[in-house]
Design a protein around this ligand. Structure first.
Ligand SMILES: [Cu+2]
Length: 496
C-alpha cells in the first residue's frame, strides 16, 4: 500500500523551487528596509540636471528611475520683496524665492551641487543641507563670495524630506532673511503617487517696525534674539498661499503637502481647518502616523502630510498657535471645487440667534487711555492705513471684499445702511451695534462688538470702506469721529 503523503523525487524538486521563488519574491517586496549602506553602494545610471521649482510647486516625482548623478544649479539672490501690502523687505534667497527652490532626488543619487552667489549680492553665503552626511551638511565646502561659484558632491543615503539653509555667520540672520528650502530624497521606487503635490514652508520674520508698518523695513536683530517675530508666514510673505494664490484641488483628489519650517525660532503647529491628515510622515521620516489633526514641525524640520478632500470649500492652513495665523500672517488657503457631499458635511441645517449675555454690547478691554498722536493725513494715506486696519479687524466678519456673510454679518459693499448715514456708521464702529438692522433689504440681528479704535483709526477704516466696493466715497475725518464720540452712546436697541 502507498503512503498517502510520500513525496517522490520530482515533487521534492518542485517544492524546493517554490520555496526559493517565494523567498526571492518576499525579499524584493521589502523595499523600505534598505539602509544607508545599500544606497551607498547602489549602481548609478547616467546624469542629468535637476529640475528646480519655486513654491508652492514641486518637481516631477522620481518614479522608478535608477539612481543617477544629479546636477543642481542653485543661484543665491538678495532681492527686495513685499512682506505685506506696503511693507518692503530685503530677502536673501536660494533661487529667487522664499523658501528656496525645491530639490527632488532619490536615495542613491550623487548630487553635484553648484552654489552660485550672484555678483550683485553683498554677502557671502553657503549651504547646509540636512540630507547630507558630511561636515556642516555641505556648509564647510560651500562658502561662496558674491560673483563666485562653489561645487561639492554628496550621496543621498537616507530617504526623507530635509531642510536646507544658509549657515554663514550670523547664521540666525541669514535664515531669518529667508535662506531656507526643502530637498526631498525619495525611496527606491518613489513615494506612492497622489493627485496634487505642494510645497509650503513656514518662517518667522523680524522687522524694525511692527506688523504692517509701511515702507522698507530692515531686519531687527534684537527682536530675533528675543524670539518676538512681527510676521509668521507661509512661503515668505503674508498671503503668499491665499486668495488667488491659494493651492487648489478637486473633490475626491488626494493632496500631499511637503511642509517645512525654516524658523529661525518658532516651531509650527501645522493644521488645516476642516481637514484631517490621513497620513503624516512624522518629521519628514519613514514613520507614518494616521488620522492626525495637528502636526508639530520643528524649526529646521519638516513633515509630509496627505489627505483626500471629500467636500468643496476653502480650507484654511494655519499655525495653530493661533495669534500667528490671524495677526502675524501664518494663514494659507486650499480651495477645493466639486460636488457637495451632504453625507460628509451637511452645511447649516438651522439658523437662530443665541445671545447668552443678552443683547448688550460687549467691549474689548481698553488700553488705559493711551491715545495716539494725530497727524493730518491726505485721503489716499487715510485709505491706505484704513485698508491695512480693515485687514486686521473688520475682515474677520465683513470679509475681504466687504461682501459679508449671509444671515450673520451684513455686507459693507454697496451697503445702503452705510451710505445713508456716516454718523451712524461711526457710532457702530465706536460703540458696537446690535438689534435688528436691515441692509440692502436683508435683515440681520446679531452683535458687532465695539472695536476700541482711536478717532484716527475709525476715520481711516471708514474712509477706506466708503471708498471701496461701490460705496459713496464719503471721507470720514477724525473730527467727525470725535463729535460722535462726544455724544452719549446709544442704548442697545435689542429689547431683551
Ligand atoms: Cu546666507
Amino acid at each position: 500500500m502507498k503512503k498517502p503523503f510520500h513525496f517522490s523525487k520530482p515533487y521534492k524538486i518542485i517544492a524546493f523551487a517554490l520555496f526559493v521563488a517565494v523567498t526571492i519574491f518576499s525579499c524584493a517586496k521589502k523595499e523600505e528596509a534598505h539602509d544607508a549602506d545599500y544606497y551607498e553602494n547602489i549602481k548609478m545610471v547616467g546624469q542629468k540636471e535637476a529640475e528646480l521649482t519655486a513654491p508652492p510647486l514641486v518637481p516631477k516625482p522620481v518614479g522608478d528611475r535608477p539612481p543617477m548623478k544629479l546636477v543642481v544649479n542653485m543661484e543665491i539672490k538678495e532681492q527686495e520683496g513685499e512682506m505685506v501690502d506696503g511693507v518692503k523687505y530685503t530677502y536673501w534667497t536660494f533661487g529667487g524665492s522664499v523658501p528656496g527652490s525645491f530639490i527632488r532626488t532619490r536615495a542613491g543619487d550623487e548630487v553635484e551641487f553648484h552654489l552660485k552667489n550672484h555678483p550683485d549680492n553683498k554677502m557671502p553665503h553657503n549651504i547646509d543641507l540636512h540630507a547630507v552626511t558630511g561636515p556642516g551638511g555641505g556648509a564647510t565646502s560651500s562658502l561662496v563670495a558674491p560673483g563666485h561659484e562653489k561645487v561639492f558632491n554628496f550621496k543621498t543615503l537616507n530617504p526623507g524630506l530635509y531642510v536646507y539653509h544658509c549657515a554663514t555667520a550670523p547664521v540666525g540672520m541669514h535664515i531669518a532673511n529667508g535662506m531656507y528650502g526643502l530637498i526631498l530624497v525619495e525611496p527606491e521606487g518613489g513615494l506612492p503617487p497622489v493627485d496634487k503635490e505642494y510645497y509650503i514652508m513656514q518662517g518667522d520674520f523680524y522687522t524694525k517696525g511692527a506688523y504692517g508698518e509701511q515702507g522698507s523695513q530692515p531686519f531687527d536683530m534684537n527682536k530675533a534674539i528675543k524670539e518676538q517675530p512681527d510676521y509668521v508666514v507661509f512661503n515668505g510673505k503674508v498671503g503668499a498661499v491665499a486668495g488667488d494664490k491659494a493651492i487648489t484641488a478637486k473633490v475626491g483628489e488626494t493632496v500631499r503637502i511637503y511642509m517645512g519650517n525654516g524658523g529661525p525660532n518658532l516651531v509650527s503647529s501645522f493644521h488645516v481647518i476642516g481637514e484631517i491628515f490621513d497620513k503624516v510622515h512624522i518629521e519628514g521620516g519613514d514613520m507614518i502616523n494616521k488620522n492626525v489633526q495637528t502636526t508639530l514641525i520643528p524649526a529646521g524640520g519638516s513633515a509630509i502630510v496627505e489627505f483626500k478632500v471629500d467636500v468643496p470649500g476653502t480650507f484654511i492652513l494655519v499655525d495653530h498657535s493661533i495669534f500667528r495665523a490671524f495677526n502675524k500672517g501664518a494663514l494659507g488657503m486650499l480651495k477645493v471645487e466639486g460636488e457637495e457631499n451632504k453625507k460628509v458635511y451637511s452645511g447649516t441645517t438651522q439658523e437662530g440667534i443665541y445671545l447668552p449675555e443678552g443683547g448688550t454690547i460687549q467691549n474689548m478691554p481698553k488700553e488705559n487711555g493711551v491715545v495716539k498722536s494725530t497727524v493730518a493725513k491726505t485721503v489716499p494715506e487715510s485709505i491706505k492705513s484704513g485698508k491695512e486696519l480693515y485687514g486686521r479687524t473688520c475682515f474677520a466678519c465683513h470679509q475681504s471684499e466687504g461682501q459679508g456673510v449671509p444671515n450673520a454679518f451684513p455686507p459693507l459693499a454697496k451697503s445702503d445702511f452705510l451710505n445713508a448715514n456716516p454718523d451712524r456708521a461711526i457710532g457702530a464702529v465706536l460703540h458696537g451695534l446690535s438689534g435688528e438692522v436691515t441692509v440692502n433689504g436683508k435683515k440681520f440681528n446679531n452683535v458687532m462688538t465695539s472695536q476700541n479704535l482711536t478717532d484716527d483709526e475709525v476715520a481711516d477704516v471708514l474712509t477706506y470702506v466708503y471708498n471701496s466696493w461701490g460705496n459713496n466715497k464719503t471721507v470720514v475725518t477724525p473730527a467727525m469721529v470725535k463729535a460722535v464720540r462726544a455724544k452719549p452712546a446709544p442704548k442697545a436697541t435689542a429689547s431683551h
